[in-house]
Design a protein around this ligand. Structure first.
Ligand code: BT5
Length: 246
């Protein structure tokens, strides 16, 4: 086992990703170390976004990776690998799970988990990658302005043992990470594509030119999203260049 080789538990932290970065600077951490918190006072999403989580109800973890064989130009593979591991975990408990590009995890039209990957890039290599995961397990009420949160308990009606869920998630992430290390990248890419939220169906989006009707076709190697238009043209988008209209 690589992921979960060491697990560090904290009752409270500002953010597991921030703590992981601090520990990486101060001490040596093994690859696969997992920083885990019962509560975060400053859980982070992309840019200035925040992550809401009621104390001891959910999974809040950061995984330390040293993915030496992945060059910076292939870093989206790390996102794909982590998203797939989370999906594998959710699919143990409920039959539907998809990945809203680039790395929100959905059950039906609701967000059950978010991923914040922070890579440190030195010259031509990824020095380390911190994969932060917030996964809603037993929370029933969300108090932030999150538009569509959902938890596993809200989906299935079951109350889960958080420690058991952590062990299952770690095991599922470990399997996917080994797939990445064995350079089974076409499998990772095809599994990721096949799980894309809204793949192959017509939906509404907005880009810098306004609203349009589009169909998600695929994700390019570097992680850009290919969306076709009614006129047959395919356009590709980077992160934040296109928004999904509910
Ligand atoms: C994410 O960002 O979805 C990545 C969240 C990663 C959180 C984990 S927790 C452990 C680790 N340590 C950290 O400090 N962070 C990571 P983004 O795509 O920017 O989405 C954030 C948005 O999701 C917010 O602005 C809300 O709209 C919504 N949101 C917040 N909390 C949510 C929740 N619990 N469930 C569903 N949606 C939520």
């Amino acid at each position: 086992m690589i992921i979960g080789s060491n697990i560090y538990f904290y009752d409270h932290l500002p953010s597991t990703n921030s703590e992981a970065a601090r520990l990486l600077k101060e001490s040596s951490l093994n690859e696969g170390a997992v920083i885990c918190a019962g509560h975060q006072s400053a859980g982070r999403g992309q840019k200035d976004n925040k992550w809401e989580s009621e104390e001891n109800k959910n999974l809040l973890i950061s995984v330390i990776l040293f993915p030496e064989i992945i060059g910076p130009e292939k870093q989206f593979l790390i996102s794909e690998t982590i998203s797939l591991g989370i999906c594998d975990f959710i699919l143990r408990h409920t039959p539907v799970c998809s990945i809203k590009w680039p790395n929100d995890i959905y059950v039906n039209n609701d967000k059950i988990a978010g991923v914040l990957i922070e890579n440190s890039i030195m010259a031509d290599t990824i020095e380390y990658s911190i994969a932060g995961i917030g996964l809603n397990i037993n929370q029933d009420k969300f108090l932030s302005d999150a538009p569509n949160p959902v938890s596993l308990r809200m989906v299935t009606g079951v109350t889960y043992d958080i420690q058991t869920c952590l062990n299952q998630l770690i095991s599922d992430l470990d399997i996917r990470y080994k797939q990445l290390l064995s350079e089974d990248w076409s499998k990772i890419r095809s599994d990721y594509t096949s799980k894309l939220y809204r793949l192959g169906t017509w939906n509404e989006y907005t880009d810098q030119d306004g609203q349009f009707s589009g169909r998600i076709e695929s994700v390019a190697d570097e992680g850009r999203l290919n969306i076709s238009r009614r006129n047959g043209l395919i356009q590709n988008y980077g992160f934040k260049e296109v928004a999904f209209i509910p």
